[in-house]
Ligand binder design. Structure first.
Ligand SMILES: NC(=O)c1ccc[n+]([C@@H]2O[C@H](COP(=O)([O-])OP(=O)(O)OC[C@H]3O[C@@H](n4cnc5c(N)ncnc54)[C@H](O)[C@@H]3O)[C@@H](O)[C@H]2O)c1
Length: 263
């Protein structure tokens, strides 16, 4: 297969190494990266492009965005209207309803699909399946070591350097979480979109000095059943904000696209 990748940071690099490990390295990998990075990058075997138009012209079978919300805004519409199925890791970008509608229109126009992966989470299949039965309650708690919240507005709400107990510094809905913590909005947005929507998804964000990994807890009460999930994800070596489980979820999307059986 020919794989397009938007961004070449922690997740993209790990993704390609998981595919190689699985014996599923695509025959061509075309990476869209910012020009500045492009000039500094040495990547034998990879083709690089600087715009979404060039990426579409390279005719990938599938594009994976792993660059951030701004990249979803800048590039994904062009991929979809160019007829390329596109998986986005930065699902939080869809908290912007106008962008979400525009991307749906681009997918309809290009006869392609916008694919939202589970990302750092598990259980999104069950949540989405149960949605027609009515989601009565969805509570998500994101718990990370204080260092993993650095560079976010949590710095202003809590003294990250001197915590001796867990502190819940945010409680609200997924729309507020996406607005106030855009770099940590992907998990809550995925739950909101698979489940009861942004306003009805409750979000708690916790800085926990006792946490040694990124912890995601999801509690769902639906019409035909309830479930609770707790995921302890190891951080990506190059970016403590990103869980490695996200890399494996994206790899699954590529493998499902290229193998005989999708699961
Ligand atoms: N769905 C999930 O559960 C989940 C979990 C973790 C991360 N993510 C998303 O994945 C993204 C990537 O994570 P990462 O750890 O690899 O980040 P990173 O910072 O290590 O890498 C991001 C890369 O994208 C590039 N980039 C940024 N904006 C771009 C643009 N507009 N056009 C082209 N390239 C651009 C950067 O130069 C960098 O190379 C995050 O920003 C986040 O939105 C999603």
């Amino acid at each position: 297969m020919r794989l397009g990748v938007i961004g070449y940071g922690a997740i993209a690099r790990e993704l390609l190494s998981v595919l190689a490990q699985e014996g599923a390295m695509p025959e061509a990998v075309i990476v869209l990266m910012r020009e500045r990075t492009q000039a500094n990058c040495q990547m034998p075997g990879l083709e690089t492009v600087g715009t979404a138009g060039e990426l579409v012209a390279a005719r990938p079978d599938l594009v994976i965005e792993c660059a951030g919300a701004s990249a979803v805004r800048e590039h994904v519409g062009t991929c979809l209207s160019g007829g390329i199925n596109t998986v986005i890791a930065s699902v939080g970008a869809l908290a912007d309803g106008g962008l979400h509608d525009a991307l749906r229109g681009a997918a309809r126009g290009g006869k392609s699909r916008l694919i939202l992966p589970a990302g750092a989470l598990g259980g999104v299949d069950l949540l989405a399946a149960l949605r027609p039965s009515g989601i009565e309650e969805l509570i998500y708690t994101g718990r990370k070591p204080p260092a993993a919240w650095r560079g976010s507005p949590a710095e202003k709400l809590v003294d990250l350097d001197h915590l001796d107990a867990p502190v819940t510094f945010f409680e609200g809905d997924a729309a507020q979480a996406a607005r106030d913590f855009p770099k940590n909005a992907n998990v809550a947005a995925t739950l909101a979109l698979a489940g009861p929507g942004f306003a009805a998804t409750r979000v708690h964000l916790v800085a926990d000095p006792g946490a040694s990994c990124n912890l995601h807890e999801v509690s769902v009460r639906a019409g035909v059943g309830s479930f609770h999930i707790r995921i302890e994800g190891k951080p990506a070596p190059d970016n403590p904000r990103s869980s490695l489980t996200t890399v494996y979820s994206l790899a699954r999307e590529v493998l499902n696209h290229s193998r005989e059986v999708a699961i």
